[in-house]
Write a protein that binds this ligand. Structure first.
Ligand code: ATP
Ligand code: MG
Length: 179
């Protein structure tokens, strides 16, 4: 099903607004202009992946920055490949623990009080398996973490949507309303 990637990113980041301000973080989003308004694919899986990764970035970062970027390349079959990177300036993950974080119920900062069940990244990994994709990590203790993945979406079906107008998003009395 076709979805608007920019609207998705705006809504996901909005849902982390409380966490972001609690931890005094700045969130930057960069979306390559050549990415079309609509891509076609499983938006539910993509939002689950992003919610987990952005949620982690917000949780493990204080007084810092979370940079989200989406770039693109054409894949061989003419479909569109999107490359996502979620980078933070948070606590980081020691190199010898970086493999373990994808295991279920595993939290590698045992001495510090961070809430969670240790399931998020295990779920992300399973969802990316379904897309035949992988999660790449670069992290330095005390400096920050960067996680990236790529997904291929269908380009063909979006052409039909070029002229379709989506209702604008407005916020009315703190509720998200479509008008
Ligand atoms: P849950 O996601 O189930 O609420 P969680 O966030 O602790 O709990 P995961 O998302 O699976 O679990 O992450 C596993 C562990 O990897 C975390 O507990 C944390 O130790 C480490 N981790 C994940 N993302 C980051 C990050 N951006 N910065 C620092 N550490 C991270
Ligand atoms: Mg998590």
């Amino acid at each position: 099903k076709p979805f608007d990637i920019r609207a998705l990113m705006a809504n996901i980041t909005k849902s982390f607004e409380f966490m972001r301000s609690q931890n005094n973080n700045i969130i930057n989003i960069k979306i390559a202009p050549q990415i079309p308004q609509y891509v076609s694919g499983d938006v539910v899986k993509l939002s689950q992946i992003l919610m987990n990764l952005i949620g982690n970035a917000c949780k493990f970062t204080e007084n810092g920055k979370i940079n989200i970027s989406i770039s693109t390349s054409e894949s061989k079959d003419g479909n569109i490949r999107l490359h996502f990177t979620i980078e933070d300036t948070g606590i980081g993950i020691p190199e010898d623990k970086q493999r373990q974080i994808f295991d279920e119920f595993t939290q590698v900062n045992a001495n510090t009080p961070y809430e969670g069940t240790g399931l998020g990244l295990a779920i992300v990994k399973k969802l990316l398996d379904l897309h035949e994709s992988k999660l790449y990590i670069t992290s330095a203790l005390g400096k920050g973490t960067s996680l990236s993945f790529s997904v291929t979406y269908d380009k063909a079906s979006q052409e039909k949507l070029v002229n379709k107008t989506t209702p604008p998003l407005t916020i009315l009395k703190d509720k998200l309303v479509l008008i």
